[in-house]
Design a protein around this ligand. Structure first.
Ligand code: NDP
Length: 313
């Protein structure tokens, strides 16, 4: 059996088209949802992520601006910038690109973002809204995971779901979203006993660990849906062979770039799972699409407009 591939690139394009249509409809009442991205210092990976976010904002017709304070900027100076963005009415979403430099009090900065503009969904107020099932802004990657499940007509209610990882950014919010859609949820982490055995209970297995190919076939019940959130860069030939030996397309990428991406799930899992997200092209593309959706959602909620639940079809 080979698993059905859940194509995140296609689903993300679908969502972006919907967001773009919503943005156009809002333009008729002279509203243009606006996103402000704050990028402190010069981390190349962060710069690449921010470029992607700005490009996507332009494509779907949102207003966007990028603030690039110097690496040396103090917590107080950054707080002043956030306060200014909080005040400006044309800004609906504020995204502070992480990681922040070590000398900056990141928790203080994230807490300063107006929860109504917190398009990353990291503010404790939005975390509370999510856990009490009130309308709010939901973190982008977890929201993307639910879009993949819902739009692929994979049943969630009543299903056994196992999430590996308990980070505030991915694991915990994914678990909460699954619970809110009536799955029976188990959350695993580095201290979990008999991890493969626990995972084999899952009808839906979500891996958000940050360890290349850790989830092998013995973690997966035949026919289960596997959502691979992990993004790990492989540069070592031996490691490459462990995952992609005999895969011509991957060979080409690896030869050309000297690296390739692998998720937290070993590619062999596609032989036992019922459905699986690829890496790249699975959860990744959904993250930016959901940021766009969140910016429009924030623009509507701030103006007291009704917001449809995107993740519940
Ligand atoms: P964190 O490092 O914050 O969390 C990792 C989690 O995995 C922790 O809860 C940790 O447990 C758990 N873990 C680590 N090792 C093991 C193990 N051997 N067995 C069981 N559990 C383990 O990572 P994130 O949640 O931020 O990210 C997870 C992955 O998702 C990364 O690969 C990241 O790159 C990717 N990611 C992808 C995104 C996308 O857009 N597709 C967006 C965000 C992240 P413990 O709590 O006990 O330490």
């Amino acid at each position: 059996m080979t698993a059905r591939i859940l194509d995140g690139t296609k689903l993300a394009a679908e969502i972006r088209a919907e967001v773009s249509a919503e943005a156009r409809a809002m333009a008729s009442s002279a509203i243009r949802p606006g996103l402000a991205v704050v990028l402190v210092g010069h981390n190349p990976a962060s710069e690449a992520y921010v470029r992607g976010k700005v490009k996507s904002s332009q494509e779907v017709g949102l207003y966007s601006e990028t603030h690039t304070p110097a690496e040396t900027e103090t917590t107080e100076e950054l707080l002043a910038l956030i306060a200014d963005l909080n005040r400006r009415d044309e800004i609906d979403g504020i995204l502070v690109q992480l990681p922040l430099p070590a000398h900056v009090d990141a928790k203080k900065i994230l807490l300063a973002v107006d929860p109504a503009k917190d398009v990353d969904g990291f503010h404790p107020m939005n975390v509370g809204y999510l856990s009490t099932q009130r309308p709010g802004l939901v973190p982008c990657t977890p929201a993307g995971v639910m879009e993949i499940l819902n739009r692929s007509a994979i049943p969630v209610a009543g299903q056994e779901a196992v999430v590996i990882g308990r980070s505030d950014i991915v694991g915990k919010p994914v678990a909460m979203l699954l619970l809110n859609q009536n799955a029976t949820v188990t959350v695993c982490h580095s201290k979990t006993r008999d991890l493969p055995e626990v995972c084999r209970r899952a009808d839906i297995l979500v891996a958000a660990i940050g360890r290349a190919g850790m989830v092998t076939r013995d973690y997966v019940k035949p026919g289960a849906t596997v959502i691979d959130v992990g993004i790990n860069k492989i540069t070592d030939r031996k490691e490459f062979d462990r995952f992609f030996s005999g895969n011509k397309k991957r060979e080409e990428t690896f030869a050309k770039n000297g690296s390739t991406l692998v998720g937290d799930v070993h590619p062999e899992v596609a032989e036992v799972a019922g459905a699986i997200t690829p890496v790249p092209g699975g959860v990744g593309p959904l993250t930016i699409a959901m940021l766009m959706a969140n910016t429009v959602k924030a623009a509507k909620m701030r103006r007291g407009q009704r917001v449809p639940e995107l993740a519940r079809k």
